[in-house]
Ligand binder design. Structure first.
Ligand code: ADP
Ligand code: MG
Length: 240
């Protein structure tokens, strides 16, 4: 097989990111320039409004990027999170929307916790599952697994969709990289950013026309394991 497999340890190169940003911001700014020129020729209020809307567009793009590059700027607190429980809720949302798709859940409810920002993590798995849905045919299938050992919590999202060509794997996570008609190319940028902020890692395996598997690994919250063990000992004490 020509299965490609990569450990993605960092975002794509600065040059690719710069090219993406330049491209996205250049369009609205060029429009503003054009409307200012028109305004010189004819003092029409409409031109000002359009120019303003284009500037707002450019600012929104930059704000989006800023948020992704510095996710700790938001004030969401870190907390203990039972990822299996959160995934259960999230997948229910998808199941209702895409009932034709086979969504297989294999969750080990290990009582394992990770320390993180709940809303950010929800966005991570929302984006990964959404990408899987967008990659598969109507009767495709997506399998989501959750396992944990003493040190790590691992989640895999596997689809039998279009797959990703080997030479495109390194593009994943680059802002604005998309192969979709109406894609934003910001989903995986957010995924990478948040996972790294949580000291996690991302591993991608893909084969064209066969499917794609994302593996996300987080350090397990050690303090929480200790507290659980203490509770267990207490119970034993009471029953003896
Ligand atoms: P978007 O979904 O808006 O295109 P993303 O950052 O979420 O942006 O994904 C970037 C690109 O990575 C997609 O356009 C697609 O080409 C590829 N991709 C991501 N996930 C998958 C997947 N599960 N299967 C196939 N291709 C994928
Ligand atoms: Mg996406």
């Amino acid at each position: 097989t020509n299965k490609s497999d990569t450990h993605l340890s960092q975002l794509a190169s600065v040059g690719q990111i710069a090219a993406g940003i330049a491209h996205e911001v250049k369009n609205p700014l060029t429009a503003v320039k054009g409307f200012l020129q028109l305004l010189k020729q004819k003092n029409d209020e409409q031109y000002i409004e359009i120019a303003q809307a284009e500037l707002e567009n450019a600012i929104a793009i930059l704000q989006n990027l800023l948020h992704v590059s510095k996710p700790d700027l938001d004030d969401e607190p870190f907390e203990s999170i039972d990822l299996a429980a959160e995934l259960e809720l999230l997948t229910q949302l998808f199941q209702d929307q895409f009932y034709r798709v086979s969504l297989v859940k294999e969750f080990e409810h290990t009582g394992s916790y990770i320390y993180g920002k709940k809303n950010q993590l929800k966005k991570v798995f929302f984006n990964l599952i959404k990408n899987a849905f967008e990659a598969i045919p109507e009767n495709g299938s997506i399998t989501i697994r959750h396992t944990a050992d003493k040190e790590r919590v691992m989640i895999t999202i596997e689809d039998n969709g279009v797959g990703i060509p080997a030479n495109k794997l390194e593009m994943l996570g680059t802002p604005f990289y998309t192969t979709k008609q109406s894609g934003t190319g910001m989903g995986l940028t957010l995924v990478f950013s948040v996972v790294y902020q949580h000291n996690g890692s991302i591993h991608v395996e893909s084969e064209e026309h066969v499917g794609t598997k994302f593996t996300i690994t987080f350090p397990r919250e050690i303090g929480r394991i200790k507290r659980k063990e203490v509770v267990k000992l207490d119970l034993i004490d009471h029953s003896s």
